[in-house]
Design a protein around this ligand. Structure first.
Ligand code: FAD
Ligand code: UDP
Length: 361
């Protein structure tokens, strides 16, 4: 059998690419996935207690792109869900991103107007110029105290780096608010796939032009198949046999618990922003899915340096190493590198979908 495309990886990047090529360009596609399931890190499944969980940690869909939202809507219905997170500090819970409620509660203030909160930030923030790292970006907005309370230790746990060693784009993902909007995201479209991510992927990939082989590293079969082009969504350093050394990826160990009660915490995600405990956050999945069950499942996230590659680590040194790989990748005419691991970029799901739609159409 000859394929038009070999696609490595069945996550968002690989699945959207396969779907487009098969349905819009009438291409014959073979997807090779080394895990035993499709969906990449967005994969969800029912655990033994009947709770729909995200095996690789909480995935909340949000986008400002109508194009991305309309595209995915062909394969799933949606459940309206706006994500909220509380940060645990001194045994009290505060809204994160930092907003007016956070400030009032933490500093015993009674601000009611945005102007007052703005002036408060003005009084505590420090000038940093240029903004070179994640410490600068936070301190230049809210000063040292809020930085130390909410960012310093969480970031250290998550990345095993001080915020000053990380690109400003990391902590810059989290806005600072003067109003009392306590949503984690302000995107126009905030929904969860009605029947879960895996069902959505199944619908995307269930086409006559797409074949899927699971449990297989592409390097094991590449010499046995014939294809014209490849789309590669795995780690870029692995593709080139670590020629320029390993690119570090941050991993996570998930600890799972099920509790025989309706709810375990008061919101979907609680961030543990102090140095102890060692985990960064607890997610309670029923909040994300809206499932009605009399037990509840949670995950605790322990960041690790070894294990499945989940996060590219945005430091200057890693970026330089990535560019060496990219230069080689750009010279290959029949291989396209797409997605979080192949482009070594801290993409959200919608970013990956948008990227692939742009590349393939
Ligand atoms: P992946 O999902 O990693 O897919 C790559 C696939 O390639 C994998 O299935 C892998 O097994 C396969 N593969 C790798 N190497 C090989 C090989 N040699 N042979 C065959 N197959 C191979 N985004 C959001 O928008 N909202 C969120 O709330 C959110 N939360 C997240 C939480 C966590 C803990 C993590 C880790 C990520 C989160 N993301 C979130 C980001 C989201 O997971 C990614 O944007 C998205 O999954 C990237 O898709 P991808 O296809 O590029 O990569
Ligand atoms: N962050 C933090 N404290 C928080 C939330 C986030 O220090 O309470 C920092 C941390 O470095 C984290 C980054 O901001 O990795 C981005 O947070 P986000 O919630 O977007 O991370 P993700 O969901 O991608 O793991």
């Amino acid at each position: 059998m000859k394929y038009d495309y070999l696609i490595v990886g069945a996550g968002f990047a690989g699945a959207v690419a396969a779907e487009r090529l098969a349905s819009q360009h009438n291409k014959k596609v073979l997807i090779v996935e080394k895990r035993n399931h499709i969906g990449g890190n967005a994969y969800d499944e029912y655990d033994k207690h009947g709770i729909l969980i995200h095996k690789y940690g909480p995935h909340i869909f949000h986008t400002n792109s109508k194009k991305v939202f309309d595209y995915l809507s062909q394969f799933t219905g949606w459940r309206f869900y706006e994500h909220r997170v509380l940060a645990k500090l001194d045994n009290k819970l505060y809204p994160i991103p930092i907003n007016r409620t956070t400030i009032n509660k933490l500093y015993n203030k009674n601000f009611t107007r945005e102007e007052e909160v703005k002036r408060f930030y003005e009084s505590i923030k420090e000038k940093r110029y240029p903004i070179e790292n994640s410490e600068d970006i936070v301190i230049s907005q809210v000063g040292i105290d809020l930085y130390e309370k909410f960012f310093k230790f969480y970031t250290k746990k998550q990345w095993d780096l001080d915020p000053s060693e990380l690109s400003p784009s990391v902590c810059g993902r989290i806005p600072v608010r003067t109003n009392n909007d306590d949503r984690y995201f302000t995107d126009k479209y905030q929904f969860m796939p009605k029947d879960g991510y895996t069902k959505m992927f199944e619908k995307m990939l269930n086409q006559k032009n797409i074949e899927i082989v699971l449990n297989t590293d592409y390097k094991k079969i590449i010499n046995d198949i014939t294809f014209d082009k490849m789309i590669y969504t795995g780690p870029i350093d692995y593709y080139f046999d670590y020629k320029f050394g390993k690119l570090p990826y941050r991993s996570i160990k998930f600890e799972w618990e099920n509790h025989k009660k309706e709810k375990n915490q008061e919101i979907a995600v609680v961030n543990y922003v102090e140095s102890e405990p060692a985990f960064t956050r607890i997610t309670e999945y029923k909040y994300l899915t809206g499932q009605d069950k009399n037990s509840t499942s949670i995950s605790k996230e322990y960041p690790q340096s070894e294990g499945e590659p989940y996060y590219p680590i945005p430091t200057e040194e890693n970026r330089k190493r990535y560019l060496l790989y990219k230069e080689k990748a750009d010279k290959l005419n029949n291989v396209i590198f797409l997605g979080r691991l192949a482009e070594y970029k801290y993409f959200n799901m919608d970013g990956v979908v948008g990227r692939v739609l742009k590349e393939i159409g």
